[in-house]
Design a protein around this ligand. Structure first.
Ligand SMILES: Cc1cc2nc3c(=O)[nH]c(=O)nc-3n(C[C@H](O)[C@H](O)[C@H](O)COP(=O)(O)OP(=O)(O)OC[C@H]3O[C@@H](n4cnc5c(N)ncnc54)[C@H](O)[C@@H]3O)c2cc1C
Length: 469
């Protein structure tokens, strides 16, 4: 029996009073829209969708739901890939899309205060116009919300040089499950004052509190960048070269990997390619350097070219115009979408290992795929040791394929664990990765995580069934 209560007409009436008649939706099409995220693998209907504006309104809604034991799932743009924003127990889908204001850009302190529903790329563009830089750039930044990025501690291509979302979050306004509003820290660059609640909420996948305001640290926008593309005859070499690039003293601002299977989907999806990939090439690296001194960037590229030349690499392409750079990035940024659109089924994952273990990981994924008769593809932020492998079917899937894909996924995670890696680098655990937490953490670790959840949310109403049971 569920520990949660069902939503009644009198509860809806109270919600209408608290949030306003234009903010509460019970129509079937609306519930349907809020029943999935981008993973497409799970589907659970909420009983009502609420789109509040303002922290005070969120506070009253949370207090009501807490009192009546109604589950609440916070939703950003629902571009997550783990089912973390899917309302597994029904109840309220709390959509943050009306929290869409950039509240203050503090150019002197290099900070921005922003509401969670602002689209990441929009925020970046507004800041760039003022010469300011917010680096974390998940490939889905054209639609993901900054609040979703904070809740998942999102990464992206540029994180290899600049760090992930967590490295930029200074302070958060949150609403606790009981409705109390609080700030987690201060708008300061350093803070060693007790436990760090800001970093705890960042990456907590909406299980501890609702984020209603975000203070982010910014950098000056780098003036120049150079982009090169290196095709490799052996995909494992493209993995092995990564540690050597860093050893040469260069920190690229992006170091991205696509294997030939991924490239084929991306080219079909985008419709054109700015380069010709030879049938002999198994993978490519997209390597970007950025900064404010063009001579130094050229020297960095030369150093990288020397490292690449020690491997079995094809002709290196240097993007010679902004248009060509954009075309190359378009291919990379659309790669995941390409596979999910063109394949019949795709199980995609977010593994991370120490850089020197990348060749072992890639070799292992291919071996496990071959042994189980599963097609795999690999892409990712390889400079961070982060490979998104996918198990793909180009035909309608059978139950046998589904079971095999689960087995393949488990075998790959065992390999990742043995290589000193982790279950998720940037997407989070959500609902879909939850069964694998025990491969990576002992019971004492999980018990501390459960204790933290209980301290924030004793009645367990916020995003239940995510990360752990
Ligand atoms: C094509 C594609 C490419 C992607 N590339 C990347 C990538 O490069 N790097 C990367 O890290 N991710 C990537 N992602 C995954 C996804 O875009 C990120 O996880 C993103 O951060 C999710 O943001 P969202 O607004 O869609 O959040 P949602 O999916 O709506 O929610 C994600 C989680 O955040 C919680 N949440 C949302 N808003 C709040 C809030 N205000 N308060 C509390 N909790 C909240 C939800 O409850 C949920 O647990 C990609 C996805 C796609 C589809």
């Amino acid at each position: 029996m569920s520990k949660f209560n069902k939503i009644t007409p009198s509860f809806i009436k109270k919600l209408l009073t608290l949030a306003g008649s234009d903010a509460v939706f019970t129509q079937a099409e609306r519930l349907e829209k809020h029943a999935r995220d981008f993973s497409q693998d799970i589907y659970f209907l909420p009983e009502v969708v609420v789109m509040p504006s303002g922290s005070e309104v969120v506070s009253t809604i949370m207090a009501l739901c807490n009192k009546q034991r109604i589950p609440v799932t916070v939703q950003g743009a629902r571009s997550g890939l783990t089912g973390s924003a899917v309302p597994v127990h029904g109840g309220v889908a709390l959509s943050m899309e009306r929290f869409d204001k950039i509240i203050d850009i503090d150019e002197k302190n290099y900070q921005v205060i922003v509401e969670p529903g602002v689209i990441t790329e929009h925020l970046q563009n507004v800041l760039q116009d003022k010469g300011l830089f917010y680096p974390p750039d998940p490939a889905g930044r054209g639609y993901s919300h900054i609040g979703g990025n904070v809740a998942t501690n999102a990464g992206g291509p540029r994180c290899v040089k600049y760090g992930v979302t967590r490295d930029y979050v200074l302070n958060l306004e949150i609403v606790l499950p009981n409705g109390e509003i609080m700030w987690t820290g201060a708008n300061t660059l350093k803070n060693s004052t007790g436990y760090n609640l800001t970093q705890l909420i960042t990456g907590s996948e909406g299980t501890l509190a609702v984020v209603t305001k975000i203070v982010l640290k910014l950098l000056p926008y780098p003036h120049f960048n150079l982009l090169m593309l290196a095709p490799f005859h052996k995909a494992e070499d493209a993995c092995a070269v990564v540690a050597d690039i860093f050893k040469s003293g260069v920190i690229p601002s992006a170091l991205e990997f696509m294997d030939k299977e991924t490239i084929a989907y991306a080219v079909r999806y985008v419709g054109s390619s700015p380069f010709v990939i030879s049938p002999d090439d198994e993978a490519l690296l997209l390597i970007e350097v950025d900064g404010n001194n063009m001579d130094m960037l050229q020297q960095d590229c030369e150093k990288i070219a020397v490292v690449l030349s020690q491997f079995d690499v094809g002709d290196i392409l240097f993007a010679d115009s902004e248009a060509q750079k954009n075309e190359l990035w378009k291919l990379r940024r659309n790669a995941a979408n390409a596979i999910s659109t063109l394949a019949y089924a795709m199980v995609t994952e977010d593994t991370v290992v120490p850089r020197t273990k990348l060749p072992d990981l890639l070799r292992g994924v291919k071996k496990i795929g071959a042994e189980l008769g599963l097609k795999t593809s690999n892409l990712g932020h390889i400079g961070d040791g982060n490979i998104h492998f996918s198990i793909i079917s180009d035909e309608p899937v059978t139950e046998a394929w589904r079971l095999k894909s689960i087995e393949g996924k488990r075998e790959i995670y065992k390999l990742v664990q043995s290589l000193g890696g982790m279950l998720s680098a940037e997407h989070g655990i959500g609902y879909l990765q939850k069964p694998f937490m025990k491969l990576f953490f002992k019971e004492n670790h999980l018990s501390i995580l459960r204790g933290i959840k209980k301290a924030f949310d004793p009645r367990g109403i916020l995003n239940p069934a995510k990360i752990f049971d």
